[in-house]
Design a binder for this molecule. Structure first.
Ligand code: DAS
Length: 331
């Protein structure tokens, strides 16, 4: 037994690595300029939580993260977790797409060790920045025995969320992250307190292993609205292998688009009805005859998480629409 856990903190940029010209710059600042070592140097108390090792994997805003970034992050985290001397990983990340990377890790890592993804809404230079406390909380969670076998976690604003559910739901407030069924727990005075657990399969219980992946399918998201026409839809998805249609309400599809999506499905493009509300389930064969059209529906996954899940499901069930549909109900 070690006296303190060995935690690797991997930096990728984002607001948590940002710097404003003045302390009043809470929303306008340069993103991804501080290294992970510079961020931690301003947090002397953190060394009481764990033995830390750092790595700078990337240095860019998460709005830029494509499939290659996901694979690169996943492979690196997986490699680090295989070291017997490592007890957990903290990944610092921009907040914009943090929920997607965290969900990708949640579904593809094969380890029971804690992995915590963390960002900040205000850079360390801003008044009332959440950067240091979020990172402190993330390290505290990663270092604690009670965080093992929980899947990938996200720490924000004193809360611990499961990567499956967490979403960024505000563009600038500190309480930007929430989960539709609530957080799993809190971080209180540098200690995690868990109150519930994710039920859906993750990490060691999934069929995907990051180490085996070289490429992910091209899956696009189309944002639905009443006046959406075929040209606008074509502009937001080209040469795609699958489409997540972020429909209104319960995954409703505007009349002018139905024939296009039916044709797409007939031509081998997977079409998934999701909801642009970001919450709730989409009922199969409810608003649309999905069986007749060859379409899929999400369970409760918002469009951006449905995209991640479908890219993975297509690795194991490329053209098997029954198996792809089952993935939405399992994960
Ligand atoms: N630039 C954004 C990002 O990297 C903002 C942030 O980190 O909050 O996601």
């Amino acid at each position: 037994m070690r006296d303190k856990a060995n935690i690797v903190v991997i930096g990728t940029g984002g607001t948590i690595a940002g710097r404003g010209e003045t302390s009043a710059n809470t929303s306008a600042y340069a993103c991804s300029v501080l290294t992970i070592d510079e961020i931690l140097a301003a947090m002397p108390d953190v060394s009481s939580l764990a033995n830390l090792r750092t790595e700078q994997l990337l240095q860019t805003g998460s709005e830029n993260f494509d499939n290659e970034h996901l694979l690169k992050i996943g492979r690196r985290v997986s490699h680090v977790l295989k070291d017997d001397e490592v007890d957990g990983v903290v990944l610092t990340h921009g907040t914009d797409t943090l929920e997607e990377t965290a969900y990708f890790l949640h579904l593809t890592l094969k380890s029971l060790k804690p992995v915590v993804v963390v960002g900040a809404m205000r850079p360390p230079s801003a008044m009332s920045s959440d950067a240091a406390l979020n990172l402190y909380g993330a390290i505290a969670v990663a270092a604690h025995r009670s965080s093992w076998a929980r899947g990938t976690l996200v720490v924000a604003n004193d809360e611990i969320h499961t990567a499956r559910d967490v979403m960024k739901r505000h563009s600038f407030k500190l309480e930007a992250f929430c989960s539709p069924y609530g957080p799993l727990g809190y971080v209180v005075e540098g200690q995690p307190r868990f109150y519930r657990l994710p039920l859906r399969d993750h990490t060691v219980a999934t069929q995907w292993t990051i180490d085996d992946m070289t490429e992910l399918a091209k899956v696009d998201i189309v944002f639905g609205y009443g006046a959406l026409d075929g040209a606008a839809m074509a502009a937001s998805s080209s040469n795609t292998q699958a489409l997540i249609y972020a429909g209104t309400g319960n995954g409703n599809v505007s009349q002018g688009i139905v024939a296009r999506l039916v044709e797409a499905a007939r031509n081998g493009v997977h079409v998934v009805r999701a909801s642009r509300t970001g919450n709730g389930v989409v009922v199969r064969n409810g608003a649309q005859p999905d069986d007749d059209y060859g379409w899929l529906v999400v369970d409760d996954q918002p469009p951006q998480k449905a995209r991640i899940l479908l890219m993975l499901a297509m690795l194991s069930a490329q053209d098997d629409r029954g198996a792809l549909q089952a993935a939405f109900y399992r994960y």
